[in-house]
Design a protein around this ligand. Sequence first.
Ligand SMILES: Cc1cc2nc3c(=O)[nH]c(=O)nc-3n(C[C@H](O)[C@H](O)[C@H](O)COP(=O)(O)O)c2cc1C
Length: 330
Amino acid sequence: MKRTVSILVIVLLTLSLFGGCGSRKAPAQSPETAPPADVSEPGGDTDSETSGAPRESGDVIVVYFSCTGNTKPLAGYIQDELNADIYEIVPKEPYTAADIDYNTDCRASREQQDPSARPAIAGELPDLSGYGTVYLGYPIWYGQAPKIMYTFLESMDLSGKTVIPFCTSGSSPVGTSAENLHASAPDAQWKDGARFAAGTSKKEIKEWLNTMNAQNELSLRIGDREIPVTWQSNAAVDALRELARSGLTVQTSPYGGFEQVGSLGAELPTDDSRISAKAGDIMLYSGNQIVLFYGSNTWEYTRLGHIDLSKAEITELLTQNGITITVTNR
Ligand SMILES: Cc1cc2nc3c(=O)[nH]c(=O)nc-3n(C[C@H](O)[C@H](O)[C@H](O)COP(=O)(O)O)c2cc1C
């Protein structure tokens, strides 16, 4: 990595201010950067706020590593904004100030250069089975994610989950740091990573989350499988997005040998017209029912979207006695 003078100055400043993450000296924090009180303690506890209650697939967890305390408050802001759970990756062998002394042959430098380095994680790993989305936070070390992030990803099953990386750095962009993590969780649905400066405000994080929600729109799952969907741009889908903000689960039944239909439990705005629905189409019927087609039918519907899978895959997914679909606003 090209070590620019500016990076060096910032890194040196960071290190001289904060010391190592093993020492866990609290960095001087303005109210803007102070983490919320309920951020998990070292040792890998997840926030217990929702523990015990059955999880809706689509719930969000923020997983982060923060060696000198810059990434931690940002993770807390995401947790707050999304009402998410949180898990802190804590190294089993804490990093001392000497371990992260950037310009020396320090432990961090050696690990980052060693393709096989997988620093151990302290405490228990989280159970991610009920989460649909994982925000993954880390500091940039020599242009990349710290190797402990690889340890984490390779210890977990993230298949089908949406993973959204975010990082803090002195000045380096997210660069290839997020892409290089993909191979450690190849079956996850990776979103583009975002880089923030230390001290990024809660307001800025909120704006970022809003932008992503607008882009990512809705996610549809059938059982555990994330289904690629092109959503319609209309008032019904806008209302569905609102309805799905805290996760929406619909139990459907087959009907007519061509569709699965289930109640949304709420009325959406309709703009019905007579449509010949085809396999893969997702329609709103009667304002309050979602219909997924594996065959054809002509009726009054409002279009919601289309499943982007082959006819064979759609048939296999939908020709069942009933299915559970989960719609979430990521
Ligand atoms: C070992 C080490 C390497 C770093 N390498 C870079 C780098 O390549 N580019 C950069 O902009 N910042 C670099 N930094 C600075 C950190 O990315 C930055 O301070 C980050 O916000 C730290 O996050 P944290 O406090 O959550 O650990 C490095 C810091 C350390 C300790």
